[in-house]
Ligand binder design. Structure first.
Ligand code: SAM
Length: 254
């Protein structure tokens, strides 16, 4: 049985897609997708030898060596262009994830990839910005809790495959945030940071995550407050602004 987090990712993958799971570790996701009959074939990519061996073992034990290829390499370098319809990347920081996607794009490895299912551990806004900049349109976002941690899962389709009613312009249209004191540009930044779908349909985990973030920023502010340095003052003012921004966004949601 998959963890709640991996199950959510599996649920978002389109049926019958040829998937590539990058940073697959034990290859739990591809093994599940094959065993459940959702996907016909998969590639599991791993950079590091330990997890690469673990993935090979797991795939062999599941009797799936003919259907899941485990390959060792950096990010999307393990793929040939056109080999995968869907790329999944989970359990790493958003900045590394965007680097992997960008390197893959520049080397043509994303050609033919119509679907991305991504679960960044932190730095989600970096991933959302990369998607917009490269013609992928968010279709759905999930936020969930497991073992005391909160996770976000992003589901994007390439604009050629996105329903015509769903466009980046629409998804990131900030007008639903009714905050008088905030510019449209600032509102859009909060959409990137907090999630355009998550903000339209907020749940307890979203409030939880950002209240926790406010607490963290507040503690940093109080430490900075003990210093006389001009830089500390500046940083404190900036963080106070962020805390206020989060407050304003959360309190305007229905
Ligand atoms: N995707 C699995 C999950 O979500 O449960 C495993 C997540 S694990 C925390 C992150 C994995 O990414 C590690 O096994 C690590 O070796 C791998 N990794 C890190 N950088 C990578 C890269 N540039 N290319 C491929 N794999 C990478």
């Amino acid at each position: 049985k998959l963890s709640k987090r991996l199950q959510q990712i599996a649920d978002l993958v389109s049926a019958q897609a040829r998937i590539a799971d990058i940073g697959s570790d034990h290859a739990l996701l591809p093994v599940y997708l094959l065993q459940s009959g959702k996907c016909p074939s998969a590639i599991a990519g791993e950079l590091n030898t330990g997890p690469f061996q673990a993935a090979k073992r797991q795939v062999a034990e599941a009797g799936l060596t003919k259907k899941i290829e485990v390959r060792q390499g950096d990010g999307l370098a393990v793929l040939a262009p056109g080999e995968a319809d869907t790329v999944t990347i989970a359990g790493m920081g958003g900045s590394l994830m965007a680097d992997i996607l960008e390197a893959g794009r520049q080397t043509g490895k994303l050609e033919g990839v119509r679907e991305l299912v991504l679960q960044p551990n932190v730095g989600e806004e970096i991933v959302r910005k990369w998607l917009v900049q490269h013609g992928y349109v968010l279709q759905q976002e999930m936020i969930l809790e497991e073992d005391g941690r909160i996770y976000e899962v992003l589901h994007a389709l390439h604009e050629q495959h996105s329903p015509s009613a769903i466009t980046n312009e629409g998804v990131y249209n900030p007008s639903f945030l009714e905050i008088q004191s905030m510019t449209e540009v600032a509102k859009r930044e909060w959409l990137y940071r907090m999630g355009p779908y998550l903000l339209r349909q907020p749940n307890d985990w979203l409030y939880n995550k950002w209240q926790h973030e406010q607490g963290k920023l507040d503690r940093i502010c109080r430490q900075l407050g003990q210093s006389d340095l001009a830089e500390s003052r500046e940083k404190e003012a900036q963080l106070r602004g962020e805390i206020k921004g989060i407050e304003e966004v959360l309190s305007c949601l229905q």
